[in-house]
Design a protein. Structure first.
Length: 220
């Protein structure tokens, strides 16, 4: 799927205009987009980044990384997804950057999502749903999610079997076994559980454009 990711990322460059401040997401597909953006670093004003990982890659290309508080609304946000349904609603958070990604998506006029064909599904939920939680509330939130959805929350671990810590200092629960037929309602319900910081459903604010990496790329 490497070529598919690259094709989607290269197509997304067509939405970048001179003088823009570009919102940039996180992940392997976005890495290709950042590399392409680097070729026009002198034509944009900078970027707002959703993760320390993306920030480092942007700076290596000579792209200034700006604070969203100082930029105000953004014209464009480009990011990947772990799943995308036919209505451009997404599951995101496989890279543990969902909260900052959701903030930048909310601040952006246009959200362009770049995916390879394997990420396209009819119904969201095959990919475990990430939920970022305050560490002290991890077990409480897990119990409430199980009670309300029947899904199985699993505390995400790193390769050393230590709990993954987000750039915000929080934990991630991955909820398995869901079939999300009403993602807007589920996003709202889970957001109400005390201790939940952010839910990896991008349904209330879905993507505006989805680019599927193929030859040629498909645009939804």
């Amino acid at each position: 799927m490497t070529e598919a990711k690259r094709l989607a990322a290269e197509k997304a460059i067509e939405y970048v205009e001179d003088g823009m401040i570009v919102g940039v997401g996180t992940g392997s597909t976005v890495a290709y987009f950042i590399d392409a953006l680097g070729r026009m670093a002198d034509r944009i004003r900078g970027a707002v980044s959703s993760s320390e990982q993306s920030t480092e890659r942007l700076r290596r290309h000579g792209i200034e990384v700006l604070d969203l508080n100082s930029t105000g609304p953004l014209a464009l946000y480009v990011d990947g997804a772990d799943e995308c349904d036919p209505h451009k609603r997404l599951i995101k958070g496989g890279g543990a950057a969902l909260t900052r990604e959701k903030i930048i998506a909310e601040a952006s006029e246009r959200f362009v999502c770049i995916v390879d064909p394997s990420k396209c599904v009819d119904v969201l939920g095959r990919f475990p749903l990430p939920v970022e939680v305050i560490p002290m509330a991890r077990s409480l939130v897990a119990r409430r999610i199980l009670e309300r959805t029947g899904g199985q929350p699993v505390w995400r671990m790193d390769a050393s079997e230590r709990g993954v810590v987000t750039d915000n200092g929080n934990a991630i629960l991955d909820v398995h076994g869901l079939e999300i037929t009403d993602p807007v309602a589920l996003e709202s319900e889970l957001n109400q559980i005390p201790g939940v910081v952010s839910v990896g459903l991008f349904a209330r604010r879905p993507a505006d454009i989805v680019i599927i990496g193929s030859e040629p790329p498909r645009v939804l």
